[in-house]
Design a protein around this ligand. Structure first.
Ligand SMILES: *Cc1c(COP(=O)(O)O)cnc(C)c1O
Length: 232
């Protein structure tokens, strides 16, 4: 375990340097980029080590895992939800998490609106885009994005802050570029009551490149915590 802690500290320093370098290369500052630690399968103790290193945003994929671990995390660090979300689980997240990044369809946004209205909260979200058109990934098709954004913008308790994507790993570059274009095009629409401030793109294998293509929130799991063990 001792070794694990040191490993996370080293990984954190290395990734933070690479983020800073990529930010400067793309005409921004390191502070412009949010470094999210993706916590799926990771022991809370290691997550807390990452927080001690300087991590200021956590990402959770599964509602049940989040609920079982959240009390063990250092308190006061915001958590975003980034996994596939079933409508019937929305109620466990609203009021607890900062942002739901994985809103992929109208019916999910409608359920967020319903639960957030009851709590009198305006819930920040990102719309997830399936930029590679892969069957295996969730997210709205790029063609449908303007319509979805328009519909969600009408919901008083849902606040769209930007876009999230997971590009196909094999052709990452092409799709990072396509996503940057889509993000800028969507921003230009200037749909009232929405913001296009966050582009959540880039994981362990492509975060530096994603920053080159305009990402300002990278979601990093294995490069920080080591390979995931789903058996535990
Ligand atoms: C697991 C996961 C990540 C992190 O993946 P790594 O390749 O381990 O960095 C990022 N985003 C989402 C949505 C994930 O599910």
């Amino acid at each position: 375990m001792e070794n694990n802690l040191r490993q996370v500290q080293e990984n954190y320093a290395r990734i933070q340097d690479a983020i800073a370098e990529a930010a400067v290369k793309s005409g921004r500052t390191p502070e412009d980029i949010s470094f999210m630690a993706v916590t799926k399968t990771v022991a809370p103790e290691l997550v807390n080590t990452a927080i001690d290193c300087g991590i200021r945003l956590l990402g959770e994929n599964r509602v049940q895992e989040y609920q079982s671990k959240k009390e063990a995390y250092r308190q006061g660090i915001p958590v975003d939800f980034i996994g596939t979300l079933q409508s019937n689980k929305v109620k466990y997240l609203i009021g607890n998490i900062r942002m739901i990044q994985s809103v992929n369809k109208l019916s999910l946004a409608q359920e967020i609106e319903r639960v957030a209205a009851k709590q009198n909260i305006r819930q920040d979200i990102l719309l997830e885009v399936n930029i590679g058109g892969e069957d295996s990934k969730s997210g709205t098709a790029p063609e449908y994005l303007p319509e979805l954004l328009e519909q969600v913008s009408q919901m008083p308790h849902v606040h769209v802050c930007g876009l999230m994507t997971i590009p196909p790993p094999s052709e990452s570059t092409r799709f990072l570029e396509a996503m940057q274009e889509l993000f800028l095009k969507t921003k230009d629409l200037q749909i009232p009551d929405t913001d296009m401030n966050i582009l959540s793109m880039g994981m362990s294998d492509d975060y530096a490149q994603a920053i080159q293509y305009g990402s300002n929130l990278v979601r990093i799991g294995s490069a920080l915590f080591g390979a995931r063990n789903y058996q535990k």
